[in-house]
Design a protein. Sequence first.
Length: 469
Amino acid sequence: MSGGETILIVEDERLLRLNLRDRLRREGYTVREAETGAMALDALRDEEPDLILLDYRLPDMTGIDVLRQIRELHRDTTVIFVTAYSSIGGAVEAMKLGAHDYLNKPVDHDELISTIAKALETTRLRREVRRHRDEQERLYGITNIVGSSRTIQELLVLIRKIAESAASTVLIRGESGTGKDLVAKAIHYTSERAEKPFLNITCTAIPETLLESELFGHERGAFTDAKQTKKGLLESANGGTVFLDEIGDMGLALQSKLLRFLEEKTFRRVGGNQDIRVDVRVIGATNRDLEKAVREGQFREDLYYRLKVIPIYLPSMKERSEDIPELVDHFLDQFNREFKKNTKRVTPEAMESLMRYRWPGNVRELRNVIERVMILENREELDVADLPKEIVQASEFYDEGEDVPDPGADPASTGPMVELPEGGVSLREVQRDLVRQALERTGGNQTRAARLLRISRDALRYKMKSFGL
């Protein structure tokens, strides 16, 4: 008996359709019916069935025409053709379009039930693969790279181009914590390789003597502890992607073997004498100055240029500070789901502290700070007092190149002032009025207005957005 799966019968012969419906219901299936191709397509726009029994000849179109449109609506839905007009050409065309099977009328019901059971197993497997792929894309796909800055928008365009290309080598460079692993995963899970493995290794985490075996595998008896043949990452990731983090610290001997693989697409396991060919995209990442390493003889020049066919540079947080509000919102949302909390925002004062801080650990440090605050606090709005002291204290220093006001100067001479009404006023309204006056006084020049208010230009932009100015 079935598990209650839904089957759509597309058949214009009423008596046959009713017979099929009754038999399938007895087997425990939920059955939907359609007399024409148009009716079938209308039903498919409202609901995706688990399987479709499709007649080849319908009053308004052929089953092949219907199947083509089914594939546009539901790529993974399983289809079984049922027809009295069997032909080799029709069967071949149906199979090319992804039909699971092709049965002739009159239908043998026992054969049909058996075929449906096998086809539904295929459907379950397809959906499990799709669910897994969607989950991986949600966790690691390009939507996890957050930011509206020009640098990040250009990066997103480049990632999509690389993902859609046949590029076999990519080099990602950037400071520690800028998200090199995230970009590597985004390239993989946005590409046609997404259903194949993504395997990564940190080149400094394993002794060089073992790193070669991890990459290329080894034959039984190749060394003392090699008790059986083992596939390496390159072989295991065939069709997918291998991410070599901290590739700039790889030893020269292994660099030579990696270069041979990148040039010839073949390698030998340690202790082996047979060439193995695989199709793998290799993404290397480093925070080292590779040009300097090449000059000092620590990195092979030919490998450097082989990896650098498509280079990606990831900016530090200092270079994309305007993205901090979006990143904060992204991490709040992420940790709300993870910790089952309902923190909606940070105050403008807290955001200003976050934007003024230098973030030497880059996005990773920002993420860790938000995670820490979210673990310790359980309020809808986070304030400066909730931030780590080192963040607040460091953010109190002025950015290099900004004018620091004279502590002994008359406050009235350094910026606009607001008269405090007898009945009081909200601090937010005071801040909004100060920002508005500063912009008016400087003719809308944001750099001068920020200097007048003694805040950074990025902090000013955040406040303008927050206050709707």
